[in-house]
Design a protein around this ligand. Structure first.
Ligand code: SF4
Length: 484
């Protein structure tokens, strides 16, 4: 599967996807398929841990795409059993492009048996926890924030693994959707704010946990429900699902950017189709920022549903003015400087016959650094467009994310240092408009827009209002909005 977006350096990147299955023969095969469907959430590496009564725990962790590793029969035969979990990662915390020891799931051996965990999100007090744990004798194997959970579990005095997980996760701040397993149980937990997604599915006589519903579809599982913010589910091989709420209840703050960009358009979030939400974002954008033009054109692929909505609402024809080369691997662009400089043109090509002499509205999901937007604008003008108008399906990204999404430092975000007007001049386009925060809230189903007293979602990368204090970053000198 190609990366979710062709411009790896100018997009926010989701950190991870998690998946687990219990109660089916050869669960690892299901997990491999699930991870394949979640590949857009992390392309750097993947891992699977399985358990069977005869062989105990087995694991395989590999760099690269799921399809290149977990399709080999010889490898999958080493992962037998009716219980397995898996993880695909990009990486925000821990080292990038790093060692295999940073690839999850992580495994710990406890007095009551082993346990493996796979974590999506980011622990915002991981450095403080790691320091404390090392001082008390823990020996870390990786540079990942997620490993703290295993060490905290090891230090817990509780009698069983789910209770030890509860203990550990009560010490953890930030965002976590965790899929874990013992010898006999599949466990899923979401942080009290429910920042990252996690869903429950039924597959035959067994159960599945997944970051997104699209990965349930691929294994023929039925989507049952979302794991609620602050909920822990403990599922046994016999099919019992126990639901617990071990954390102090808080208002949910699901990541609103999952709707805009991270999740796959064929997933369901909060009972809504992601595709339909994105189309609705385009409708709102057309109402908020109309412009006279001849063609609405998406920046592929993530801008497509919003462009369809924009075109429908504005009555301006929709056209695929830009084609993406589906087979453009990263390795090809590495050998020479000359080829590297071709950059965006290697990955995207403009349909000149469609663009020439037109006033073009380009719909993209976000502007991060703005480098790609500039290049695309040049390509469109080179193809003979008369005007270029950018319409962006998210508000200006002016703040970094500390909850499991890779964002550049604040000063590298175009919107952190420029107003909309200044960005328009910087990109040298005829107009540039972002959807408002209220418009985005309406598009995700909040008819009255954003409740500024208690926002219904996490929108910190747009608003600068962080629902959980980024403890480690504050210690490193990061300044919150109120302190600016
Ligand atoms: S800061 Fe932005 S990307 Fe990060 S969780 Fe919040 S809304 Fe999502």
């Amino acid at each position: 599967m190609p990366p979710a977006h062709p411009f790896d350096d100018d997009k926010l990147k989701e950190e991870c996807g998690v998946f687990g299955v219990v109660g089916v023969a050869d669960a690892a095969n299901f997990v491999a398929l699930g991870l394949h469907a979640l590949q857009h959430r992390g392309q750097e590496a993947g891992g699977i841990v399985s358990h069977c009564p005869e062989d105990g725990f087995n694991n395989a962790r590999r760099f690269g795409y799921v399809r290149d590793n977990f399709t080999s029969q010889s490898l999958m035969k080493t992962l037998p059993g009716p219980l397995a979990i898996g993880h695909v990662r990009y990486s925000t915390a821990g080292s990038k492009g790093a060692a295999i020891r940073d690839v999850q799931p992580f495994f710990g051996e406890f007095s009551m048996g082993g346990a493996a965990i796979a974590h999506n999100g980011n622990i915002t007090n991981a450095e403080a926890l790691r320091k404390e744990l090392i001082e008390r004798g823990s020996i870390f194997q990786s540079s990942s924030d997620s490993e703290c959970i295993i060490h905290l579990m090891a230090r817990s005095l509780q009698r069983n693994i789910p209770e030890r997980m509860e203990d550990a996760l009560r010490r953890v701040e930030g965002a976590f959707s965790v899929v874990a397993m013992t010898r006999t149980k599949l466990i899923g937990v979401r942080d009290p704010l429910g920042v990252r997604p996690l869903v429950l599915g039924k597959v035959g006589d067994g159960w599945a946990l997944s970051s997104e519903t699209c990965a349930l579809d691929i294994i023929g599982a039925e989507f049952v429900r979302e794991i609620e913010p602050g909920e822990m589910v403990v599922i046994t091989a016999e099919g019992g699902v126990e639901s617990l709420f071990p954390f102090r209840k808080q208002d949910s703050k699901f990541c609103i950017f999952e709707h805009v960009y991270f999740s796959r358009p064929d997933s369901i979030i909060g009972g809504r189709s992601v595709y339909e939400t994105r189309r609705q974002i385009g409708v709102e954008l057309a109402r908020e920022a109309p412009v006279e033009a001849d063609l609405v054109c998406p920046v592929p692929d993530s801008g497509t549903p919003a462009a369809i909505g924009f075109a429908a609402e504005s009555g301006i024809p929709f056209g695929l003015g830009i084609t993406r080369n589906q087979y453009m691997g990263r390795t090809f662009i590495e050998p020479t400087e000359q080829i590297r400089n071709m950059g965006v043109r290697l990955k995207l090509n403009v349909n000149r016959a469609l663009i020439k002499d037109k006033r073009v509205i380009l719909v993209d999901d976000s502007v991060v650094r703005g480098t790609t937007s500039r290049k695309i604008k040049e390509m469109i003008l080179d193809a003979g467009a008369k005007e270029v108008h950018f319409r962006i399906a998210s508000p200006p990204t002016a703040w970094p994310c500390f909850y499991g999404v890779d964002t550049p430092q604040r000063e590298k975000l175009l919107a952190a240092t420029m107003s909309e007007e200044e960005m328009c001049q910087h990109l040298a386009v005829d107009s540039l408009k972002f959807i408002s925060l209220n418009g985005l809230y309406r598009a995700v189903g909040e008819g009255d827009g954003r409740n500024s007293a208690c926002p219904q979602y996490c929108d910190a990368c747009f608003s600068g209002e962080y629902p959980v204090a980024p403890t480690d970053m504050l210690q490193k000198g990061f300044k919150l909005k109120a302190a600016e």
